[in-house]
Design a protein around this ligand. Structure first.
Ligand code: SF4
Length: 369
């Protein structure tokens, strides 16, 4: 009898502590807190570290945080709901995202090194994300000097929200379409994984964003290595650029424990060709229709004379990360090592490739693969 009373008291205490912890953890969330990428935490001086070849992260990459996480289930994403583990422990594009009070992040931006040229808020799919993104963007615009971008969640965001963001001074938005065609999108983000995202909605948001923010103020994320051909990816980049959307390329890079954990990265040579095609399209030197493709959809020529092409390859620029620009006209969102391990062979160089790296690019770019 007494044992029963003690056990009941003990249970009540445990329940009380659990409830309290739950209550507190519910309060630690956006907009008062946010995650930042590890590279951003280094740039803001929150953690000590140095990156390969002294790469620096020129954009403050901010990720919304809620204990319950993202309700979507994108097959390749580290934050997917069905990926095992608690949301706060999950990596995203392969790196940890430590959590900080938003006040501290704002203070960090105001004391950041001069190479930090922009901040960007990445939404996740959570019912609170729309309103919180607006609150956080407003604070960044009022309390810091660097330009502000938002990586939108088209599943949540409405046209009115876009107008509010534009009116407060957000100058660029990004949309992670990720997949090169509707079939792949449905398979990896939509019905195929029980996810809420719809391909048409992403396109619609891209078109509305163009209307609100203007040409080349909208960027799209495209991921290479999801089963598309080079032909499809190049055709899509050409179409998007003509609409006024800037292409930001990513390479698939499996996250441990995700549905696609065993899938390999795309062949490096294929990724390099797509990077080069993007550069040629966006610099007005070639078009999808000027390029040649083999029956498997691989690029066989770029529509330029060899000497001209080699000059462009030798510049190294086509192989650098692309993302939102800073006020200096250079890429601010350079995401160091988000696609691959540090080393001479990279799927997006966060800096101009050096002689060794360029030598490898030239050796591999025309190989079948
Ligand atoms: S919506 Fe974004 S954060 Fe959520 S699972 Fe999909 S890619 Fe990841």
């Amino acid at each position: 009898m007494f044992g029963h009373v003690r056990r009941t008291k003990c249970l009540c205490l445990c329940e009380f502590v659990a409830n309290e912890m739950n209550r507190l953890s519910r309060r630690i969330c956006s907009p008062e807190y946010a995650k930042i990428s590890r590279a951003t935490a280094i740039a803001l001086g929150f953690i000590r570290g140095r990156m390969y070849r002294d790469a620096v992260n020129r954009c403050v990459n901010i990720l919304l945080y809620y204990p319950e996480g993202c309700s979507a289930n994108c097959a390749y994403c580290g934050l997917a709901k069905r990926r095992p583990g608690q949301y706060h422990e999950k990596s995203f594009i392969h790196v940890d995202w430590p959590l900080y009070p938003f006040d501290q992040i704002i203070d960090g931006i105001n004391h950041a090194p001069g190479y930090v040229k922009r901040s960007c808020i990445s939404m996740i799919t959570n019912g609170k994300a729309g309103d919180d993104t607006i609150k956080m963007a407003r604070r960044l615009k009022k309390e810091t000097e660097v330009p502000v971008s938002v990586l939108l969640s088209p599943t949540l965001i409405k046209e009115d929200d876009l107008v509010v963001l534009k009116d407060m001074g957000v100058d660029k938005v990004g949309i992670a379409l990720d997949l090169a065609n509707k079939q792949l999108f449905e398979r990896y983000r939509g019905n195929g994984v029980g996810g809420p995202h719809r391909y048409e909605r992403y396109w619609q948001t891209m078109e509305t964003s163009l209307k609100v923010f203007g040409r080349y103020q909208v960027g799209v994320h495209l991921m290479v290595g999801m089963g598309e051909t080079e032909y499809e990816m190049v055709r899509l980049m050409d179409e998007l650029w003509n609409m006024g959307v800037a292409n930001h390329l990513f390479s698939f890079y499996a996250e441990d424990g995700s549905v696609l954990a065993d899938r390999p990265q795309p062949p490096w040579s294929s990724y390099l060709r797509i990077q080069l095609a993007r550069y040629l399209i966006e610099s007005g030197r070639s078009r999808h229709n000027d390029m040649g493709f083999d029956p498997e959809g691989r690029i066989t020529h770029f529509g330029l004379e060899e000497t001209v092409l080699m000059e462009i390859i030798n510049s190294g620029t086509p192989f650098m990360t692309t993302g939102c620009l800073g006020p200096d006209g250079r890429v601010a969102c350079n995401r160091p090592f988000g696609n691959c391990l540090p080393g001479p062979r990279q799927w997006n160089y966060p800096y101009l490739p050096n002689g060794e790296e360029l030598g490898l690019v030239i050796e591999k770019i025309f190989l079948k693969g």
